[in-house]
Design a protein around this ligand. Structure first.
Ligand code: CA
Length: 235
């Protein structure tokens, strides 16, 4: 499968000489490579410019590799290959349980590494039909919607939204960070002729919160703007 765009690989590795060597080898294979030298920087870069694959060293300063893995997985479906020490069996198991896709053990050959990267990217490419249009995908915070197929995931897990819930959440995702008044939302989702109870909106918002928020009583994504309406943030 060929794409116009180079696949982006984010290397998370604090040993600069090893990071440089991996970068060199992946760039030679045509990948676009970004390097983070610690976990916080890795998360920042992954949020700024989402990679197609993350190569994550588990032994990192600042923030443990497993925490980086957990956070990355909570935020996206990006394939994660862990880099572990030879005898760190517990780390491998923990990482795979946290959602990593694969691992390589130090020391590894560059040839082996490149093969793993390409295999993990191929798996993703074949999982996504070629005709899929990117504008059919809406993403923000923990939510990802495939609009044309009417499918949704939250933190990587499939979630069923009822039709109006789906329309509401996609309305929010298309207008990320903006205050949407109750009137606007009613008109957008139920139509301009809707004169039913405004409580309908609140009930739907509550239902969506139970599906997307870690704590539906203290929402951080679908938040109330008191007296005015609601707003969706991907913070
Ligand atoms: Ca390291």
């Amino acid at each position: 499968m060929t794409t116009d765009r180079a696949r982006r690989v984010l290397i998370v590795e604090d040993e600069t000489s090893l990071a440089d060597s991996i970068r060199y080898n992946l760039e030679r294979e045509g990948y676009a490579v970004d390097v983070a030298y610690d976990g916080r920087d890795a998360l920042r870069r992954a949020r700024l410019e989402p990679p197609d694959l993350v190569l994550l060293d588990l032994m990192l300063p600042e923030m443990a590799g497993l925490d980086v893995c957990r956070t990355l997985r909570a935020e996206s479906n990006v394939p994660i290959i862990m880099v572990t020490a030879k005898d760190a069996e517990a780390d491998k198991v923990a990482g795979l349980e946290l959602g990593a896709d694969d691992y390589v053990t130090k020391p590894f050959s560059m040839r082996e590494l490149v093969a793993r990267v390409s295999a993990n990217l191929r798996r993703v490419a074949t999982a996504v039909p070629a005709q899929e249009q990117p504008e059919d995908i809406l993403e923000g915070g923990p939510v990802r919607l495939d609009v044309s197929r009417h499918e949704a995931t939250v933190r990587g897990q499939p979630v069923d939204f009822r039709p109006k819930e789906f329309e509401l959440i996609s309305t929010f995702l298309r207008r990320m960070g903006r205050l949407l008044t109750r009137e606007f939302l009613i008109e957008e989702v139920w139509g301009p002729g809707y004169y039913g109870d405004m409580k309908t909106l609140d009930v739907h918002i509550r239902r969506i919160r139970t599906k997307i928020e870690e704590d539906p009583h203290r929402p951080v994504h679908l938040v109330t703007v008191r007296g005015l309406g609601y707003k969706y943030t991907d913070e």
